[in-house]
Design a protein around this ligand. Structure first.
Ligand code: RB5
Length: 138
């Protein structure tokens, strides 16, 4: 079974908990409280796990999703999509084979966040012409 990892910073802590409450088997990489932390630490921690577990997915949540996506996309093997609607999350999977979803808890509410997660995790990469383009990333 594909592993799914999640991490946040303090700003994303509540939305992280909402996602965890719906996805029982998700692996929580922290933080364990809403005390202030540095999002790059958690983006790097999660990226290492996703890169090391072939076919796994990651979810990163901060205030805007911007910092998390910037850091995640600098890590080898990570293709992170910053999505605040279902369409971008779905297209990130279909065309870009995104393996990490980033969201901003100060931008969207928990209901939309959960929908984006649901669509992201259930959408397959289309391959074909997109495969060649994704291979060009590395
Ligand atoms: C924390 O205040 C905030 O800067 C962080 O959660 C995130 O939005 C950074 O991109």
């Amino acid at each position: 079974m594909k592993k799914i990892f999640i991490a946040s910073d303090h700003a994303g802590y509540n939305l992280k908990n909402s996602v965890i409450s719906k996805l029982k088997k998700i692996i929580d990489l922290g933080p364990k409280s809403s005390d202030s932390v540095d999002y790059p630490d958690f983006a790097k921690k999660l990226s290492k796990k996703v890169a090391a577990n072939k076919g796994s997915f990651g979810i990163l949540i901060c205030g805007t999703g911007v910092g998390m996506s910037m850091v995640a996309n600098k890590q080898r093997g990570i293709r992170a999509v910053l999505a605040h609607n279902e369409y971008v999350g779905v297209m990130g999977r279909k065309h870009n084979d995104a393996n990490v979803l980033c969201m901003g808890a100060r931008v969207i509410g928990p209901s939309l966040g959960l929908e984006i997660v649901k669509w992201f995790l259930s959408t397959e990469f289309e391959g074909g012409r997109h495969e060649r383009r994704v291979e060009m990333f590395e």
